[in-house]
Design a protein around this ligand. Structure first.
Ligand code: B1M
Length: 211
């Protein structure tokens, strides 16, 4: 088994220590950080997600895997982010109310930072009012909303409406994403852009600054 394959296994088993050791080993072997992320960490979580859906594993196992994945991405972060990029814009990011999924949101944050954004992370389960308060307090260029559940994606609409009601809609671009979100949904709720993954989110946020 290669180091990347072992990493993929270790994430699924939620073994944080092994995940960190395998990342170090992979980097020592000269494996690209992107490969460790995509083929090791994210592939492992994807495979576990299928088993979660099929009721072969349950919430505790998925939580352990999520912790291992988050620790792993923290370790990889400096390798993935170009050093010394000057802040070119400001973003506020959070996972919407009722939703506790933060792995994708953390990846988007990391890619934004890698693209030179200063990022204020509001965490998970963030209400529309907290997003509005952050837009007032932080004056970001881009407001980033993540939602992973079909039951919470409607909160993205609530946030867009709350920003509008607060008279701030022309002050900030709103970027939405997360597995159930689509370009059509983005248009329907009046957000400014949709990105399917973290790298495209950073690209779109950058393009929004230039508009
Ligand atoms: Co949850 N969960 N979960 N879960 N969970 C899903 C999302 C699910 C698809 C699993 C399944 O049934 N197959 C399903 C949702 C079904 C649906 O709504 N259609 C589901 C469910 C049902 C639930 C619970 C309701 C389960 C329960 O309790 N019965 C519950 C809800 C809790 C809540 O939020 N209130 C729940 C709980 C959990 C855990 C807490 C155990 C854990 C989260 C831990 C954590 O995040 N710290 C968890 C996990 C880990 C998953 C799966 C397995 C993996 C999600 C993930 O992190 N993927 C997931 C199944 C799956 O996706 N295969 C599942 C990796 C991550 C990198 O991808 O987050 O999609 P993702 O992010 C992507 C893109 O979406 C995009 O970029 C990222 C990649 O580059 N993106 C953006 C994300 N945000 C973006 C924002 C942007 C742009 C792009 O712009 C702002």
């Amino acid at each position: 088994m290669t180091t990347v394959e072992s990493l993929c296994e270790a994430v699924q088993k939620g073994k944080t220590k092994d995940v960190l050791a395998l990342i170090e080993a992979g980097l020592d072997e000269g494996v690209a950080p992107e490969e460790l992320l995509n083929e090791g960490l994210l592939k492992g979580m994807g495979l576990l997600g299928v088993r979660f859906k099929n009721n072969e594993v349950f919430v505790p196992e998925v939580l352990l895997a999520a912790r291992a994945l988050n620790k792993g991405t923290e370790l990889l972060k400096p390798k993935l982010i170009e050093a010394g990029v000057e802040a070119k814009g400001k973003a506020v990011i959070g996972t919407v109310l009722g939703d506790l999924h933060d792995i994708g949101k953390n990846l988007v944050k990391m890619m934004l930072e890698g693209s030179g954004f200063e990022v204020v992370d509001l965490g998970v389960d963030v209400s529309d009012q907290r997003f509005v308060e952050a837009v007032v307090a932080e004056a970001p260029d881009v407001l980033c909303l993540s939602a992973l559940l079909t039951t919470t994606m409607g909160q993205q609409k609530t946030v867009v409406a709350a920003v509008e009601a607060a008279g701030l809609r022309d002050k900030v671009k709103i970027l939405v994403g997360g597995a159930p979100v689509t370009p059509n949904f983005c248009a329907e709720i009046g957000a400014d852009g949709y990105a399917p993954d973290a790298a495209s989110a950073a690209e779109l946020a950058t393009a929004m600054l230039e508009r």
